[in-house]
Structure formats: C-alpha cells, structure tokens
Ligand binder design. Structure first.
Ligand SMILES: [Zn+2]
Length: 295
C-alpha cells in the first residue's frame, strides 16, 4: 500500500492511496465516521428562576429558544479532545459517575441587555463557555486551561432585554455510532483514481472534449489533446459522450483511490486518520484471534 498526501491542514486531508481494494478503503471510511471517539457535551444543567447581576438587577432565566434546543446546539460544539488523557465514562475508575479522567466541564453565565440599554439583544457564542479547570494527572492546570478552552466562535442563542442564561455543561467521550455529535470526520469520501485514454489514431483534435469538461481536465496543445489535470477528473464521462469519434475513454482504477475528509476541529485530520487505522488494525486482530480459535 502506498500513500501520497495531496493536501493536509489541521482540519482537512486529501490523499491518494494505491494498492488497496475497494472494501478496505470503505472500511477506513466507515471507521472514520463511526468509530473514532471524541469529546462532546452530553449533559446540560440549566439554572431556573431569577438571575441577579452584581448590582442586584434581576434577569429572567429565559431565552427565545427552548432549553432542549440550546442543549442540542451545545452538543454539536466541537470540544478539543485529547484521546491519551480521557477514557470513556463507562470504563472509568469513577464507574460512570463522572470525574476529571472522563469528563470536561464548562459553565456559561450570560446576561442580555438591561431594560435601559440601547441594544435590543445580544448573541451568546460558544467561546464564552468557561472551562472548569480540573486536576488531571500529567497535565498542569495552565496547560489544561489552554488545551480545553473552546476557541471556536459559534452562535448559540440571542438574548433579548432582561433575559439571562446560566448553565453547566459536561462533555464526555463518545462515538459517531451513538450520535452525530460524536462524529469526528465529516464529508468523508473517496473516488476511484481516474484513467483517461485518448486514442491518437481516432482523435482528430477537434477539441470538443476540452470544451465540454467541467473540471478542465483536458487541454489542447499543438493540435494534440492531452490530459493536463488528471486528479481533477470526477469521471462524469462528458468528454466520452461529446466525442463522436469515440476516441476518449474514461475509467476508474479499482486499486487506487483519492480519499478526502474534514474534521470539526475536535481532533486534527492527522490524528483522526491515525486513530482510525489503529482501530481498524485492532478489530482485524480480534477477528484473526477468533478465527484462530475455530481451528
Ligand atoms: Zn470518571
């Protein structure tokens, strides 16, 4: 198997994998979507009743959205994840009660504009969630605060005059299998590596295929049609259709694939793919052990 990186950023990866079968590349896709764990908010406690500010002014703990909708939105906020630091809540020494080894906690205390304020409303963003710094072995409090404070500014809810929101949210590890909020990778897909054959004996260099291609894959150079941007080809077959001479043939290589995906930022693209490969390996290892017992 060979791997060639085409693009790798913190949250996006695009690469070519060769000498691999379609079922194997699909297994990798499914593992990335469903099995790689990440942190997400799973429990939100809302304060009910009046909320006072430092001057004793009273606000109502109400927002234009139902609490359930806000909780759902919080669930979808990408929580920075360190898979070496946290364990699943059910497997933790706390036996699922929740402790610094299996949960990250945040609080949010936000008040809308007061009655005499010129502003009509105020938007609450995800980066206003305050991290509750907990003691975890192997990480200083400063590092913990740097690592797990949410930096992404995602709008959560808009507070009107005299409205306020006070809540406590707990994040824990989960898998995409259980809920989409725990899905590490988005837009995970692959395509067969394109093969374009231009039969020079049949081709009259008319150029209809060059003009018809929506991805600018083909080019006309000195009365000859050449494949200029092969990896842009999505095998739509338009060039085949417009060529009345039947000189162009488009095919896909079923042992070579262009694979791409994005992450929501909870894990980096590199870490997501590395974890997916480890999970796949472990699962096949388990299968091998079971097969061995059958003999
Ligand atoms: Zn625990």
């Amino acid at each position: 198997m060979e791997l060639e990186i085409l693009e790798l950023t913190d949250t996006k990866a695009k690469f070519i994998v060769s000498e691999i079968s379609p079922p194997a590349i699909n297994a990798l896709r499914r593992t990335l979507i469903a099995d790689v764990p990440k942190m997400a908010i799973d429990n939100v406690e809302f304060h009910l009743g009046p909320i006072r500010n430092e001057h004793g002014k009273e606000y109502e703990s109400i927002t234009p959205l139902f609490d359930e909708i806000i909780a759902h939105r919080l669930g979808m906020v990408p929580i920075p994840t360190d898979l070496d630091l946290f364990v699943f809540r059910d497997d933790c020494v706390c036996k699922g009660e929740g402790c610094p080894n299996c949960t990250i906690m945040y609080s949010l205390n936000k008040k809308g504009p007061s009655e005499d304020d010129k502003k009509e409303n105020l938007t609450v963003y995800s980066d206003e969630l305050q991290l509750v710094v907990q003691k975890v072995e192997g990480v200083s409090e400063k590092k913990y605060a740097e690592k797990f404070q949410i930096n992404k500014k995602i709008p959560l809810v808009r507070l009107n005059k005299s409205q306020a929101l006070l809540l406590y949210a707990t994040a824990e590890l989960g898998r995409g299998n259980d809920h989409a909020k725990w899905q590490v990778a988005q837009a995970v897909g692959y395509q067969y590596y394109p093969i374009i054959n231009i039969d020079k004996k049949k081709c009259d260099s008319g150029g209809s295929c060059v003009e018809s291609c929506p991805k600018n894959v083909l080019e006309q150079k000195k009365k000859e049609i050449i494949v200029a941007n092969l990896e842009n080809c999505n095998m739509c077959g338009t060039c085949e259709e417009v060529c009345s001479l039947g000189a162009v043939k488009v095919d896909g290589d079923d042992s070579k694939f262009i694979f791409q995906f994005e992450t929501d930022g909870a894990l980096s693209a590199k870490e997501a793919i590395t974890r997916a490969l480890v999970i796949l390996e472990d699962e096949f290892e388990e299968l091998r052990d079971l097969a061995g017992k059958l003999k």
